[in-house]
Design a protein around this ligand. Structure first.
Ligand SMILES: [Zn+2]
Length: 263
């Protein structure tokens, strides 16, 4: 879930950079990329690159503040081959979990015991699992090595939490939450953030994406929805999956539905 607009992100980035010089507590920081070809490609996929800088986070690019996409996946995409139609909810091809994988997604909760976020993970998973006529199933695991999603704490630039998009038909591997900077958030708010980031990890985009083209709007869902769990802002912090989120999830991942979007 993203927090700050472009200029604020730069201020935060500079602040972090200054901290880094003064002491070595923060050993890495997302950097803003300037490569116009990459930025252009990401914009053509429907992400807002005007209001949010594209960041480099290890082997990922961070777009729209809180979505990590493997840099290799961006490289591989041939924009001209994409059936790019509309704005939001779902991104094409590479960024969707295969039908086979959606029924059992193991999640390792690596958050500290003393954080309310740790306890909120199960309820966030359950909300996705409880969607009627939908086959998404998150399952807690105690084995970090085999886990498909690992939820950890970590410093972020301009975001409360950060998810990652699916790659190779598998869910995004990481969710990170900035527990230190947002230590004042309670259980319910963390539940909202985690539910939102889990959505990214199974291929859902922001419900308020302002890009003019790019991602595919899931048929019958609104093109802009501030009550969606996938709304990017934090102004309405006690959201959960609404009717249109559930509809989108069914169209993506109801395995009994012959026109489902996963394959
Ligand atoms: Zn988000």
């Amino acid at each position: 879930m993203k927090l700050l607009k472009f200029t604020a992100i730069i201020v935060v980035a500079l602040t972090f950079a200054q901290c880094e010089q003064e002491n070595e507590i923060i050993d890495s920081i997302d950097t803003i990329i300037q490569d116009n070809e990459t930025i252009d490609k990401i914009a053509k996929l429907g992400f807002d690159t005007k209001n949010y800088p594209v960041l480099k986070d290890g082997e990922y690019f961070t777009v729209e503040g809180d979505i990590n996409i493997l840099a290799d996946d961006i490289e591989k995409i041939n924009i001209n081959n994409q059936n790019i139609q509309s704005k939001q909810r779902r991104f094409p091809l590479e960024f969707i979990v295969s039908c086979e994988q959606i029924r059992y997604i193991t999640v390792f909760n690596n958050l500290p015991n003393n954080s309310p976020a740790r306890g909120a993970v199960n309820l966030a998973m359950q909300h996705w699992n409880d969607i009627d006529k939908c086959d998404i199933r998150f399952a807690a695991t105690s084995n970090i090595n085999s886990a498909e999603i690992i939820i950890s704490k970590g410093p972020l630039v301009g975001a409360v939490g950060k998810g990652s998009f699916p790659t190779g038909g598998k869910p995004g591997k990481y969710i990170r939450l900035d527990l230190d900077q947002f230590s004042f958030l309670d259980y319910g708010r963390w539940r909202t953030v985690i539910e939102h980031e889990l959505g990214h990890n199974i291929g859902f985009a922001h419900s308020d994406d302002i890009a003019e083209n790019g991602a595919i709007l899931i048929s019958g869902t609104p093109s802009n929805d501030s009550n969606s769990i996938m709304f990017s802002g934090i102004s309405n912090f006690n959201r959960t999956l609404n009717g249109d989120d559930k509809k989108a999830a069914r169209l993506m991942y109801n395995l009994n539905f012959s026109d489902r979007l996963c394959n």
